[in-house]
Design a protein around this ligand. Structure first.
Ligand code: C2E
Ligand code: MG
Ligand code: MG
Length: 751
């Protein structure tokens, strides 16, 4: 644009020169006009020339106006005083839309005044005025200035160029304002892009249409370790190698389809370190849609990834053993089940619980316990295959998944090896400890098909393994689960029954055959079931035994019996009540204290009025514990009787140590002793033994008076059984006693 301006100025200047000469000629100051070589023309020729010249001048003047008006630049011609003497169309138009001149065309205004009135400091009115003055004074040949011009809604950029103009012997100037907004914006855009490119923290790689690197920014050099020079001209895909050809194809496809791809890639720095980049590639196209290049923005997210991995580790792995935790196990189990289903394979879910881990913790402390767990984890790992998943899901509980294994011998082998490895001695704090483990196994798809159920079944099977004596594995058995479910619902109805006072005690008298006196009554529990009627202990005791309600149940019986004793006392009936105590009740610490404190609440009852019956089979089980418990009970003043004697085959040594007052000969021997001489011999020897060790002896299950007579003969005087009286409601006892004493049946027994 400024070259155009120069030419224009040149043209105008020459035109003015010619004009000057013509005027000189006309005024007579010269008498001939010479050509460019100085040869004089004829005067007549000169006059003709003059005419032609004046025509030329007119034409030229028109041309000049046309040219000036055709130009997009705003052009003004100034006289020597900087007054505006002519302007072009563009100037006029601009002035009309920009009223700073206050006039449509500004002609007659002084340009220097216009400068002063121009808006904004960017125009630099003083500099411009000085520049124009220098040109007008012939001191300078040109002046130019780029400045922004703020309109009401827009901002445009102009280049102001001023050059000298000579005309009619006076000096002037041509001033042009050329709109350079587009160029300026493009320049700014370019500068901004370049600024981003070099200042960005993200690496930027520009790749040409053939896939070669055109440029990289300093950030990318920093990230990759390669300098700009080392990278320029290299294939852009060299850094994709670590991600395989598959990935390269994927990126190409995405760029073709959507002009964009973003994702994570692994790359290698110059020093060889592998790192993770977050990459976003965009296709750049020109206005016609042709691909110009590809811009790749790269972030080094290695540290972010490492942080993510750490978070992932904490969330999914057990801190102590480094094994997957329950959460990760859930994922792995789901995956394993999906895989097994897809490939029609089996999957074994195994639940392992250490059998005697608590004593290790108690004895050696938690730190030692932790080391044992780590040791156990390593041993388990060594027994399993690479494809198996081992996880620790709680204290001493581990779960492992064995994919594609059948439920047969292969599984047996793995589990047996595992159990025996875990049994090997462990070194703890310089000492040696042993643990064993119980494992429950559930198989996909045989036992269950969904992950939750498989895990639950494996857990149940583990409990069965424990119940069966520990240090073993158990395959899940659906019948067992059914039984467990049934047991659970039965136990619930027992709990409900207790709440609704559906359990009652019946009492069965025990008498002395020598004088018919009542020794006492045995309390026998019954369930007055709302639908099934009166139920005997055989139908519900088994469910209570070993449940959490066993102790509560025993307390209920004790309390009910004591309350009944109170009532009988009030009626003037002073008798002894015996209650049956289960093995767990006996072994539960504090039984004696509990009984004593209950007795203390019934002031009218003497401790000797209460007897506990303990089965011989339970008494000899944990003999040391039982000895302590029975001794404590007896020291409170209550009586102890050994029930069902003869079924436990206790040795004489044990029998001698047991602190009991009475033996109750089991009813199975009594029932058949009239016909079975072996049973009769057993009964006889029990009677002798009791006498030898100075214990009372009671025969239970005395069904007929004949039994009673034989027992009396053998020297067993105390009896209990249907032959004397069946178990009955408490209310019936006083009447029965009266009737028993009225009939005096025992007198007929004496030979
Ligand atoms: P047990 O302590 O040996 O009680 C004697 C059982 O023999 C009672 O059965 C009684 O009804 C039954 N019986 C009595 N005389 C005869 C007879 O002449 N012939 C026959 N065939 N049976 C006779 P029951 O009431 O069904 O009790 C069964 C067992 O349940 C009891 O045996 C006792 O071990 C247990 N039991 C009963 N009540 C309780 C209780 O409150 N707590 C605990 N832990 N066990 C109880
Ligand atoms: Mg009994
Ligand atoms: Mg018995």
């Amino acid at each position: 644009m400024s070259r155009q301006a120069d030419e224009l100025v040149d043209l105008v200047t020459r035109l003015r020169e010619i004009e000057e000469r013509i005027v000189e000629l006309t005024e007579g100051s010269v008498d001939a006009i010479t050509d460019s070589q100085g040869r004089p023309w004829l005067l007549s020729r000169a006059q003709q020339e003059l005419r032609e010249r004046s025509e030329l001048q007119r034409q030229f003047s028109e041309q000049q106006t046309a040219i000036l008006n055709a130009l997009p630049a705003h052009i003004a011609l100034l006289d020597a005083n900087a007054n505006i003497i002519d302007v072009n169309e563009a100037w006029r138009h601009f002035s009309a839309s920009n009223s700073t001149t206050g006039s449509q065309d500004s002609i007659g205004f002084n340009y220097l005044d216009v400068c002063d009135a121009a808006p904004g400091e960017a125009f630099e009115a003083h500099r411009t005025a000085a520049g124009i003055r220098a040109i007008l004074a012939g001191e300078s040949d040109s002046f130019s200035l780029e400045y922004p011009c703020h309109g009401p809604d827009t901002k445009r950029w102009f280049n102001m160029v001023a050059t000298p103009l000579r005309s009619f012997q006076q000096r002037g100037a041509v001033v042009m304002h050329i709109d350079i907004t587009d160029r300026k914006l493009a320049e700014l855009e370019l500068r901004r892009a370049a600024g981003f490119f070099s200042a960005s923290n993200d690496g930027v790689v520009i790749i040409d249409t053939e896939g070669f690197i055109v440029d990289v920014n300093p950030a990318y050099s920093r990230i990759s370790g390669f300098s700009q020079e080392e990278l320029k001209g290299k294939r852009g895909s060299i850094h994709l190698r670590l991600n395989g050809p598959e990935m390269e194809r994927k990126i190409e496809e995405a760029l073709e389809a959507r002009d964009h791809w973003s994702g994570e890639l692994r790359a290698q720095r110059k020093d060889g370190e592998v790192y993770v980049q977050k990459v976003s590639v965009s296709t750049v196209r020109d206005d016609s849609g042709q691909v110009v290049n590809y811009i790749t923005v790269v972030n080094d997210i290695t540290r972010l990834k490492a942080h993510e991995a750490e978070l992932d580790r904490v969330a999914h792995y057990d801190v102590l053993t480094g094994l997957p935790n329950r959460r990760l196990l859930t994922d792995r189990l789901e995956q394993a089940v999906r895989h097994a289903r897809r490939h029609a394979e089996s999957l074994a879910v195994c639940y392992l619980d250490l059998d005697n881990f608590k004593p290790i913790n108690d004895r050696w402390g938690h730190e030692a316990g932790d080391r044992v767990l780590v040791d156990v984890a390593r041993r388990l790992e060594n027994c399993l295959r690479e494809s198996d998943t081992l996880s620790r899901i709680g204290g001493d509980e581990f779960v492992f998944l064995l994919p594609s294994i059948d439920g047969g011998s292969e599984l047996d082998q793995v589990l047996e090896r595992l159990l025996s490895t875990l049994q090997e001695p462990l070194t703890v704090n310089g000492g040696t400890a042993r643990v064993s483990s119980s494992v429950g196994v559930a198989l996909f798809p045989d036992d269950a098909e969904d992950p939750d159920t498989l895990l639950r079944f494996a857990d149940q099977a583990m409990y069965s393994a424990k119940a069966a004596g520990r240090n073993r594995y158990f395959r899940f058995d659906s019948r067992e689960v059914q039984q467990m479910e049934e047991r659970k619902s039965q136990l619930q109805s027992i709990i409900d029954g207790l709440k609704h006072h559906e359990f009652i005690l019946q009492y069965q008298p025990k008498v002395d055959l020598r004088d018919g006196s009542l020794i006492g009554v045995e309390a026998l529990v019954r369930w007055q079931h709302p639908e099934r009627g009166l139920l005997s202990p055989a139908e519900f005791l088994g469910i209570v035994i070993d449940s959490d309600y066993e102790i509560r149940f025993g307390e209920y019986v004790l309390e009910t019996a004591l309350a009944q004793l109170d009532r009988w006392q009030e009626q003037g009936l002073h008798i002894q009540v015996s209650i049956n105590v289960s093995g767990n009740e006996l072994r539960q610490a504090g039984l004696a204290d509990r009984i004593a404190s209950r007795l203390a609440q019934h002031v009218g009852i003497h401790p000797s009025q209460l007897e506990i019956e303990v089965l011989e089979t339970t008494a000899i089980k944990d003999i040391d514990q039982v000895l302590v418990a029975l001794t404590q009970c007896r020291s409170t003043g209550i009586q102890v009787s050994l029930d069902d004697f003869g079924t436990g085959y206790s040795s004489l040594t044990i029998f001698r140590r047991l602190p009991v007052d009475t033996l109750k000969i089991d009813q199975s021997f009594i029932r058949d002793m009239l016909v079975d001489s072996n049973d009769r011999s057993i009964v006889e020897s029990v009677i002798h033994m009791a006498r030898a060790f100075n214990r009372n002896v009671v025969a239970e299950g005395v069904e007929t008076m004949e039994h009673a007579r034989v027992l009396l003969e053998m020297g067993c005087f105390q009896v209990q059984g249907h032959g004397i009286a069946p178990p009955m409601d408490a209310a019936a006892i006083p009447d029965w006693i009266r009737e028993w004493q009225r009939q005096r049946v025992w007198e007929s027994l004496r030979g």
